[in-house]
Design a protein around this ligand. Structure first.
Ligand SMILES: [Cu+2]
Length: 431
């Protein structure tokens, strides 16, 4: 370790100590000088569905990371790959996972055709490491590598993203989650399952591969860079204490993420943790505003396949066009029959809603995702995009995806029998 690195934090602290209190946000962490946190021993690693965790090496007690911003090809769903920008080959970039008090050196290499920076959203660090182009540093020119060096003083859920031409660069997918774990030697006091999901939105014309960051309406809504039906289910066992950490770096939309089957508490944000979760209001939907992170906690006490999704209904459609005429309820008479004389196979769409699009044999354009979304074990859902499934089982094989839920006999909604109707005095009008 060179002398400059060795003296970096002590000198920085010394400089600030000559000024008056209050204590600096990272002052204690510098004084405590904890050794690098060890996964499993100090914390239970966070699961990143469809994603990855950033690799690091430890050099003289400092965790060293390397992020490369570059043009990538990214598979949003099977059969739908986009050309965009990401960190280390993915959208979002790999999650940076550390323990509170960890000291890091993060190298950022710019392989983009434009200047960039990286800002550590929510992390309380010294101003010169804040990554704001023009304010705290010059933008990193294409081809160059900058070094950021700081301490993660607090546990929490944060994010990283460029702070230069955010509309283009965040819009193209340059972003990632940061999870800083509390050091907790007793696994019983940690969550059993801890998930991180980054929310994002894109405008990608059907059949094209380039996100259009100039538009302000969005037709591809992703969780960790993927859309339902290709989002990887979250798997838990009965009795597990579950955390889900959501981050939102969409361009324009806040996402209210609703979970079926459970009531939860919002125990943390990118600003810190709730002091006393017992006083928090129980919720079933967590609003994740743009530029924020929210952490929910609940106990897995209800087995099944539970959908969780953005409750904005346009955000659970894939590549919806927004310029269609409104056809719902229209009486088209024999119009289709007459048009079919000219265009064989013609079918008017949308008369009973978007399920019309499920008619089989409809070719979809190359490199696009069908609007329909997830085809479940009981049929078409007309539901996709920013959505996923939480699978809770009594037991699992090391949390491998157990596949669709086997519903106990008699526990599912089913067609009403004449006996049911008569017993309860339900009269159907047409009978
Ligand atoms: Cu949404």
């Amino acid at each position: 370790m060179d002398i400059k690195s060795k003296l970096f934090f002590p000198l920085l602290l010394l400089g600030f100590l000559f000024s008056d209190p209050p204590p600096l946000p990272w002052e204690n962490a510098v004084k405590e000088h904890l050794p690098p946190g060890v996964p499993v021993q100090d914390y239970t690693p966070t699961v990143v569905p469809n994603g990855s965790t950033a690799k690091y090496q430890i050099v003289d007690g400092v965790k060293v990371f390397h992020l490369t911003a570059e043009e990538i090809e990214w598979e949003v769903a099977k059969g739908f790959t986009i050309k965009t920008w990401g960190f280390n080959g993915s959208v979002p970039g790999p999650m940076i996972e550390v323990a509170e008090g960890d000291r890091v050196r993060i190298y950022v290499t710019n392989k983009l055709p434009a200047p960039t920076t990286v800002h550590w959203h929510g992390v309380l660090i010294v101003c010169g490491m804040d990554g704001v182009a023009g304010v705290t540093q010059p933008a990193i020119p294409p081809g160059e590598t900058y070094l950021y060096e700081f301490i993660f003083p607090d546990s929490g859920t944060f994010m990283y993203h460029p702070h230069f031409d955010g509309m283009t660069q965040e819009g193209m997918g340059l972003m990632g989650m940061i999870v800083v774990h509390k050091r907790e030697p007793d696994p019983a006091k940690r969550p059993d399952r801890d998930f991180a999901i980054m929310l994002h939105e894109w405008n990608i014309d059907v059949g094209t591969a380039r996100p259009n960051t100039l538009r302000m309406d969005f037709n591809v809504l992703t969780m960790n860079g993927r859309v339902m039906p290709d989002t990887e289910p979250l798997v838990a066992e009965l009795g597990d204490k579950i955390w889900v950490r959501y981050g939102n770096l969409s361009a324009m939309d806040h996402h209210p993420i609703h979970l079926h089957g459970y009531s939860f508490k919002i125990i943390g944000s990118d600003g810190g943790w709730a002091k006393d979760p017992s006083v928090l209001l129980p919720e079933t939907t967590v609003l994740v505003p743009v530029g924020s992170a929210k952490v929910i906690e609940f106990l897995a006490n209800n087995p099944g396949d539970w959908i969780f999704h953005c409750h904005m209904t346009h955000h659970t459609m894939n590549q919806m066009g927004h310029q269609f005429p409104n056809m719902v309820g229209m009486d088209v008479g024999d119009f289709d029959k007459r048009v079919r004389k000219l265009i064989p196979g013609y079918m008017t769409m949308g008369v009973t809603g978007m399920k019309d699009m499920t008619k089989t044999g409809m070719p979809i354009p190359k490199n696009s995702i069908p609007m329909l979304g997830y085809d479940g074990p009981f049929g078409q859902t007309v539901f996709g995009g920013m959505a996923n499934i939480l699978r809770v089982r009594e037991k699992t094989d090391h949390y491998k995806d157990p596949g669709p839920y086997a519903f106990p006999r008699g526990s599912m909604a089913s067609p009403a029998t004449i006996g049911d109707l008569q017993r309860d005095g339900i009269l159907l009008q047409n009978q």
